[in-house]
Design a protein around this ligand. Structure first.
Ligand code: GLC
Length: 428
């Protein structure tokens, strides 16, 4: 065990995962998020892989139960009912055997699967190859869905049709595009989140009307990918999503080799090439980061958010880009108690306590640190990791942290924050 791990903290992190276990799957936190969330579970599986590969597999297997016949892995799987969350299964009106939402979330699944597989092999588990093969099929179907449903014109970038798909639900990156979405809804809005968390840290009511307008639109399109694509009033070719997909695709290429599936390996390599080409073209040298494109207006999304740095996990920058990205990231973190703020502190949209408009998220830092290291910026990666661990040691396993004070916000029993601790504390 590495010296960085405080035994009591590691134990506390594992205790949170145990407490949020609902039978082979982990809820993000009690009450506020009482179901299985897609990318949360993938990060949690990586956390489990550090001490219990069997449980790590279970997490992914339970998530895969929610996969649709067309390959989409939904953003929420409603394994068991709960009335503390809106919008629940009745609002989504989807048709899967287990109730699910109708939109997706970043495909960290493939990244997790590789790590779980490697941990299971290292632990000498005799069921590793078989379980990995089954989950690999789920991952491959999901990646095929991504490219067909969300990049039908083969641009190399995948699009989100709802801000919640990004995982960065309330980011200023969506402000302009979301302001064009009508506020009319056919569903009655009954928010539950503001009963659990201070409204000042959550999205505003008008944003919720637009979020639900989008859900109504897609439900009325019968959840058919082509009809949704045509009807979508919100459509952004997104760099954070594409980067995660590209990186997960690369991890699946490695897995295909380990699992001796050469044809799938070739298919996945072609996908990866398409995605990294698409991403590379989104670098903006004047802004020193990557930018998404709004497919409705045709404009770049220039809002300075953490998404601009996430492509480092997938793209290998040239020396000039590397230097520029490193300098820009340092500017964002300058004068913060700990980076990386989810919105640049020098932007007018910066709100250090409001959900995705400034706070630091442990899992985002994990991705950014991986990207920095992938691009030879190891010192900066270590700084991000140490800062993240410091935040957790001072404030607990909170949903997010105020970068200007280090205060923990949104509750302190978050599964993916605990998972991030288990992974990041073993590094450096
Ligand atoms: C919020 C976050 C999203 C996360 C979910 C559960 O909606 O924006 O990324 O998956 O909470 O933690």
């Amino acid at each position: 065990m590495n010296d960085m791990i405080r035994p009591d903290m590691g134990e506390a992190a594992r205790a949170i995962l145990a407490r949020n276990d609902r039978g082979g799957y982990t809820i993000p936190t009690d009450r506020l998020y009482p179901f299985q969330w897609n990318w949360d579970s993938a990060f949690v599986a990586i956390g489990f892989s550090t001490f219990d590969p069997d449980r790590a597999y279970r997490e992914l297997e339970r998530l895969a139960e929610g996969q649709w016949d067309d390959g989409m892995i939904p953003h929420i799987v409603f394994h068991a009912p709960s009335d503390t969350y809106f919008p629940g299964p009745d609002v989504w009106g989807t048709r899967h055997r287990i109730p699910t939402s109708g939109i997706t979330q970043p495909p960290v699944f493939g990244m997790a699967l590789r790590q779980v597989h490697e941990a299971a092999i290292a632990a000498g588990r005799s069921d590793a190859m078989e379980r990995s093969r089954v989950l690999f099929r789920h991952a491959l179907r999901s990646h095929r869905w991504w490219l067909q449903a969300r990049d039908p014109d083969a641009t190399g970038l995948v699009a989100i049709l709802h801000p919640w798909e990004s995982g960065s639900d309330n980011s200023p990156a969506w402000d302009e595009a979301l302001s064009r979405v009508p506020t009319s809804t056919t569903t009655a809005i009954r928010r539950k989140d503001t009963g659990h968390v201070d409204a000042a840290m959550r999205p505003k009511d008008i944003d919720y009307q637009r979020f639900i307008h989008l859900v109504d639109t897609y439900r009325e399109s019968g959840w058919d990918p082509a009809r949704q694509w045509a009807a979508a009033p919100f459509k952004i070719a997104e760099v954070q999503m594409t980067a995660i997909l590209a990186r997960a695709t690369r991890d699946l290429v490695a897995l295909a080799e380990a699992l001796e599936l050469p044809e799938e390996g070739i298919e996945l390599s072609a996908m990866e090439a398409r995605l990294t080409r698409g991403l590379a073209a989104r670098w903006r040298s004047d802004l020193r980061r990557f930018v998404s494109r709004d497919l409705i207006s045709g404009e770049d999304v220039e809002a300075p958010t953490q998404a601009g740095f996430v492509p480092l996990i997938a793209v290998t920058l040239d020396p000039a880009q590397r230097e520029a990205a490193g300098t820009e990231l340092a500017r964002w973190c300058d004068a913060m108690v700990a980076g990386v703020p989810s919105t640049a502190p020098f932007a007018p949209t910066f709100e250090p306590r409001r959900y995705w408009r400034g706070p630091v998220w442990a899992v985002i830092n994990w991705l950014i640190a991986d990207g920095l290291r992938h691009n030879g910026l190891g010192d900066q990666a270590r700084m991000v990791e140490r800062g993240t661990i410091g935040l957790m040691e001072r404030a607990g396993f909170c949903e997010y942290f105020d970068p200007t004070t280090g205060e923990g916000l949104g509750g302190d029993t978050f599964s993916w924050t605990a998972a991030a601790y288990l992974v990041l504390s073993r590094r450096t």
